[in-house]
Design a protein around this ligand. Structure first.
Ligand SMILES: Cc1cc2nc3c(=O)[nH]c(=O)nc-3n(C[C@H](O)[C@H](O)[C@H](O)COP(=O)(O)OP(=O)(O)OC[C@H]3O[C@@H](n4cnc5c(N)ncnc54)[C@H](O)[C@@H]3O)c2cc1C
Length: 443
């Protein structure tokens, strides 16, 4: 196999490469957990690819500015951390907050990134007004969120199958409703995104309330109380996140905020704090007031960032690829999901559970040693079988990439495969954009 590596420093270089028609994988910050970056060459070789380019987009020129309507115009590989700092300096804030802040915003569209603030602000997909991308001819095209995709029989059938997932952050397949959806969640398989126009919100002071709870494996009564009650506070609470006791255990001792039990934390609009306290916090019947305390924003951010990082590191240390999932379910199925995870907790394999609790969207990670990897794989496959019967989204963030392809097939049918084929034929007829991605899966 001939493998080329390219780091364009100008857009024109990137366009010239695309016009050359070499099948390529375009990446930004390489934080995806579903692309095996450490063995991508091996994977390509296994797939019998003859020539391939890995194109690093992270050195392209980048800039950002706020327009007259306070929308953030992002050009090039700006990361979430930079965008947040820029907006804060102008009295504005971004509405999406993925845990990995070094990931690029434009890649965030490609993976339909979500994060803790989805609870209060909804999905990134609905915050974008315009996207620009380089198409298969090497030309820059513009897509608007104001325009719907042109309807035809294939699209209408596909949209009908999407309907039952409308309330989810991400369905098992991309939403195809607005023009901008073409490049959202399609993981760079239809073109390379070069800029975006994104809604922002006024910067407001926030307070971080921590609630100490028993371990969910032993008693989840108070978890369920928080879950139910918090739903009607989405206008005042931006995030509602869980870090279970096992998540705390992956951290170095000096970074832990409690010695035992789970934590749910709420990011509350400070101006609404009194009201949230009176109408929500003081009314909990299963939680004592001494188990509720405030934590500084920086400490909270550090915890959120470090739990997935240390989880990832622990797996790397054990020489295993992440064996976990991030299922989102409807509120009515949330208890069932916890029950399924409870069964996993009794297998004698280390694990942790954390994530976007208020949205019914949790990351369950096995932390196995090498000898237990096959058992974890089998258990996850059984779980996905059960999930495909419920209305659940198996990968509500992080995407499909290469690693999750073997699981996603359970959630797809003829309508989806047909649409994927139509999309590729229309937008990438030579199959030059991430040719081995999920849009190339066939029944
Ligand atoms: C510790 C940790 C925490 C995480 N937390 C979250 C989270 O809260 N929410 C979440 O959604 N994800 C999360 N992720 C996953 C990851 O950060 C996201 O998927 C992110 O969007 C990837 O961005 P990136 O710049 O690293 O993309 P890369 O890994 O470089 O690429 C990812 C995909 O996007 C495509 N792509 C990249 N740039 C472009 C472009 N300009 N145009 C078209 N396609 C492109 C690539 O082809 C690839 O398919 C986390 C990952 C880690 C390691």
């Amino acid at each position: 196999m001939k493998l080329n590596k390219l780091t364009p420093r100008e857009l024109s270089q990137l366009q010239a490469h695309i016009r050359g028609k070499t099948p390529s994988f375009y990446f930004s910050s390489q934080t995806s957990t579903v692309i095996p970056y450490d063995r991508i060459e091996e994977v390509l070789q296994e797939q019998g690819v003859e020539e391939f380019s890995l194109v690093n987009l992270s050195e392209l020129p980048k800039s950002m500015h706020l327009d007259e309507e306070n929308r953030l115009h992002v050009i090039g590989p700006v990361c979430w951390k930079e965008a947040k700092a820029f907006c804060h300096s102008k009295g504005r804030d971004i509405k999406t907050s993925p845990t990995e802040e070094l990931a690029s915003i434009l890649a965030g569209f490609a993976t339909s990134a979500t994060g803790e603030r989805c609870f209060g602000f909804g999905t990134l997909r609905d915050q974008v007004r315009e996207l620009e991308y380089i198409n298969h001819l090497g030309e820059i095209s513009r897509l608007s969120a104001e325009s719907l995709l042109a309807a035809n029989d294939d699209l209408l059938k596909y949209q009908e199958s999407y309907d039952k997932f409308k309330a989810f952050k991400n369905a098992p397949f991309p939403r195809l409703e607005k023009e901008t959806d073409l490049l959202i969640g399609t993981e760079g398989q239809l073109g390379v995104i070069t800029s975006a126009l994104l809604e922002t919100t006024p910067l407001e002071a926030r307070s971080y309330i921590f609630i100490k709870l028993p371990r969910w494996e032993e008693d989840y009564q108070s978890h369920l109380e928080v879950f139910e009650r918090v739903q009607s506070f989405r206008d005042r609470i931006y995030s509602c996140e869980l870090l279970d006791s096992n998540s705390m255990d992956v951290l170095p001792p000096d970074e832990r905020v409690v010695d035992e039990g789970d934590i749910i934390f709420l990011e509350v609009k400070s101006a609404a704090f009194e009201n949230v306290y009176e109408d929500l916090i003081s009314k909990f019947t299963t939680i004592c007031e001494e188990d509720i305390f405030e934590v500084p924003a920086a400490k909270c951010a550090e915890l959120r960032m470090n739990v997935p990082r240390y989880t990832f590191e622990r797996n790397s240390r054990m020489g295993v690829v992440k064996k976990g999932t991030d299922i989102q379910v409807e509120a009515k199925d949330f208890k069932n999901l916890l029950d399924l995870y409870r069964k996993f907790s009794g297998l004698g394999i280390d694990y942790n559970l954390f994530g976007h609790f208020g949205d019914g969207h949790l990351h369950f990670n096995f932390l196995p040693d090498k000898s237990l990897v096959d058992t974890c794989q089998q258990k996850l496959e059984e779980l996905y079988d059960q999930m495909s019967e419920l209305r659940a989204s198996p990968f509500a963030e992080h995407g499909i990439g290469i690693i999750k392809q073997k699981f996603i097939k359970k959630f797809l049918n003829k309508t989806h495969y047909r649409m994927f084929k139509v999309l590729k034929e229309e937008h990438d007829p030579e199959n030059i954009f991430f040719p081995n991605g999920f849009l190339s899966l066939r029944e």
